[in-house]
Design a protein around this ligand. Structure first.
Ligand SMILES: C=C(O[C@@H]1C=C(C(=O)O)C=C[C@H]1O)C(=O)O
Length: 86
């Protein structure tokens, strides 16, 4: 089913998805560089302390508290995928 309002909202979602896609591609490109730096320095891929710091910092910036679990899960998934690329 489509209505003008639904279409307009989905257009907004499409725009946001495209921006997120670009940012994710940028993030994963940097992650690959991090992987090379770690490999050269004989460091392990996973850094639990860094992951917790990332999650804590971002959780502190979420304006709507009801979104915190979703945001945490999304960023944990991003970091899990990042580790596969390193
Ligand atoms: C990118 C890194 O490697 C891993 C991935 C992280 C991430 O995607 O933010 C964070 C910590 C590491 O487990 C890093 O150490 O900075």
């Amino acid at each position: 089913m489509e209505t003008p309002k639904l279409n307009a909202l989905r257009d907004q979602i499409n725009d946001i998805d495209e921006k997120m896609l670009q940012l994710l591609e940028q993030r994963f490109a940097i992650v690959k560089e991090v992987g090379m730096v770690k490999q050269a320095a004989n460091l392990p891929v996973k850094d639990e302390a860094r992951e917790q710091a990332v999650l804590t910092r971002l959780r502190g910036q979420v304006t709507d508290p009801s979104l915190k679990p979703a945001i945490q899960a999304i960023f944990q998934t991003i970091m899990d995928e990042a580790k596969k690329l390193e």
